[in-house]
Design a protein around this ligand. Structure first.
Ligand code: GDP
Ligand code: MG
Length: 607
């Protein structure tokens, strides 16, 4: 019976362990961290990965798939608990998948953008169509805002976006807002194809949006519609009666001729496109324009693209979230709902989103807040990765990418003579591809302010016979500033030149092993000066390379002559202990000096 109890308990333990064998990560995890969480040595993971054919270091990040793969080898499971925006938004869309399959999709109005060369009549045409007068009210007659309006032809609706040009159209598209279904290309019959006409064509084609050509100003005596048609054939825009498939309409915004024909043609094209949406779910769409209004706070014109937006809905738009307080349609009337393809002005967002931002109505404030926070977080990450500082190792790669055209350098040295020599030699290294710019020089150790300057200017720091101050070193690590220390000018110049040519060989970089502070000095006859020291960092090794640093300047480099703990010779002394140190052929040791021990290790260049 007792034996049975024991085995039962054993099973219990194994079970509870089995439950613990899940490691939760957010998208990625480093080799070291994964090892720690599995309670094994990083080495084991590294050799397992090597067996699988990848060489990694302890700090190497593993993505979810790779982490999951290695973890199974150690009988662990990896679960990705990263915030998945798409899943959250889909779950919050209020959509019933089965209903949509049963045909909940309903036809929606087309969304139209008018593009064309300046003064060809975009505003006038839109205005004529709306039977209102926008041109006169506009400052200088130039379209200022991205507005959106609905018009109706015999009960059928069309939504017009009044963009001030193709830049806005493409800027919105770059943000993921593919809002336009049809482009109306306005070409003045008395002017023909002009530079912005061509650009408008390119932008529409790049977006894959069909073009309807409106030849405007046909009321003018010098109008020559056929010339316009002729010119447009060059861009594969060929009218149907010439054997092509592009719809052309000859209009006059001024005389209001053929405007209904243009609308007919838009509706015809829309039918071909079979534009549909499901009005019976939470709204999704794009921000057309947004601004801060003194009285009403953030005001955004949004175009609903799917679903129905209602007053009181929780929404997230780009980085911003909030609750719809009021909605106004294009005619200035307050509305309670807006369905697919309807533009409305919305108040209630906590901040002003950007034009082109996507918006979603979601089930709860919590979801809206979470999505907004997640987006802000992501933006910060992108901003951080963008400002990653330049290093000699990445210089060539960045030059090739075109992201670096200038290498900014800060030079610090022990004497003014070296500073000048380095500056002159470096500046001669400038090439057509990369200019070398010495932005700051100075005598003495690398200071915090040097690192701050380097960080802000994306510069590297070259030091000659000097050391970074402790705080400067820590700051350089957190700011990712590349500090390179040399004792020979030639080496530094060579490294920079090679980095610019993409030939930076595996370089020997020193690895600091430890540092001590000199607290007392003794003179011993026939032996010389012995320093009574305290190990502040790392450990001191009897046989390692050594240097003596005074006020951040390297005074001497060489080897230890002796290392003692009390009266005994020591091979190494660890941090927090006192020791006696003698330097080989060097006696000028002073209280306050720093003795560093280091070794050289090979650093592979990652080009
Ligand atoms: P946009 O820069 O493309 O928005 O062009 P506008 O709508 O501001 O019009 C530019 C100029 O052309 C204005 O002086 C209009 O009065 C004039 N205009 C526009 N459409 C017509 C038209 O159909 N016939 C004539 N004669 N003039 C027009
Ligand atoms: Mg205009």
């Amino acid at each position: 019976m007792k034996k049975g109890d024991k085995s039962l308990r054993k099973t219990e333990i194994t079970l509870s362990k089995a439950i613990k064998r899940v490691i939760r990560i957010t998208d990625s995890i480093t080799v070291g961290e994964l090892a720690k969480r599995m309670g094994i040595k990083a080495k084991e993971i590294i050799s397992e990965l090597m067996r699988q054919g990848t060489m990694v270091t302890i700090n190497h990040p593993l993505d979810f798939e790779s982490a999951a793969l290695v973890a199974t080898e150690f009988k662990y499971e990896v679960e990705n608990v990263a915030f998945d925006e798409d899943t959250v938004l889909a779950a919050s869309s209020g959509e019933k998948v089965t209903e949509e399959l049963e045909g909940n999709l309903q036809p929606r109005p087309p969304v139209v953008t008018i593009m064309g060369h300046v003064d060809h009549g975009k505003t006038s045409l839109l205005d004529a169509i709306r039977q209102a007068n926008v041109t006169e009210g506009e400052a200088g007659g130039i379209t200022q805002h991205i507005g959106a309006y609905n018009v109706e032809l015999e009960g059928r609706k069309i939504t017009f976006l009044d963009t001030p040009g193709h830049e806005a159209f493409t800027a919105m598209r770059a943000r993921g807002a593919g809002v336009t279904d049809i482009v109306i290309l306005v070409v003045a019959a008395d002017d023909g194809v002009m530079p912005q006409t061509k650009e408008a064509i390119s932008h529409s084609k790049a977006a894959g949006v069909p073009i309807i050509v409106a030849i405007n100003k046909v009321d003018k005596p010098e109008a020559s519609p056929d010339r316009v048609k002729q010119e447009l054939t060059e861009f594969a825009l060929v009218p149907e009666d010439w054997g092509g498939d592009t719809i052309f309409v000859e209009v006059s915004a001024k005389a209001k001729t053929n405007l209904d024909t243009l609308l007919e043609m838009i509706l015809l094209q829309a039918e071909v496109l079979e534009l549909k949406a499901n009005p019976d779910k939470n709204a999704r769409g794009s921000v057309v324009e947004a601004r801060l209004d003194k009285g009403r706070g953030a005001v955004a014109t949004v175009l609903v693209q799917d679903g129905t937006l209602k007053v009181g809905d929780h929404i997230v738009a780009g980085m911003q979230f909030g609750r719809v307080r009021s909605m106004t349609n294009a005619a200035g009337k307050a509305v309670k709902e807006a369905g697919p393809a309807f533009p409305v002005e919305v108040t209630g967002l906590a901040g002003v989103p950007d034009a082109g931002d996507l918006f979603h109505a979601v089930d709860s404030e919590k979801t809206a807040r979470e999505v907004s926070n997640h987006r802000q977080q992501k933006l910060r990450e992108i901003a951080l990765s963008r400002t990653s500082k330049v290093s000699l190792e990445q210089l060539f790669a960045k030059m090739e990418e075109g992201t670096v055209e200038e290498l900014a350098v800060i030079v610090k040295a022990d004497v003014q003579g070296s500073v000048e020599a380095v500056r002159e030699t470096l500046e001669k290294l400038s090439t057509d591809n990369c200019r070398l710019n010495v932005i700051h020089t100075g005598v003495g150790g690398v200071t915090e302010s040097d690192v701050t300057l380097a960080s802000a200017s994306n510069a590297i720091v070259l030091g000659f016979n000097v050391r970074p101050e402790v705080k400067a070193k820590a700051l350089a690590e957190s700011e990712k500033v590349d500090i390179r220390l040399y004792s020979v000018i030639y080496d530094a110049v060579n490294d920079v030149r090679n980095a610019m040519e993409g030939l930076l060989a595996p370089t020997l970089r020193e690895k600091e092993l430890g540092r001590v502070e000199v607290r007392e000095t003794f003179h011993v006859t026939r032996i010389g000066t012995i320093a009574g020291c305290y190990v502040t960092d790392g450990k001191i090794l009897r046989n390692a390379k050594t240097r003596l640093v005074r006020d951040s300047v390297v005074v001497w480099e060489g080897k230890l002559n002796s290392l003692k703990r009390f009266k005994d010779d020591a091979k190494e002394v660890a941090s927090g202990y006192e020791c006696g140190i003698g330097l080989e052929n060097f006696n000028d040791i002073k209280v306050g000096d720093i003795i560093e021990v280091f070794e050289m290790e090979e650093v592979k260049t990652s080009l």
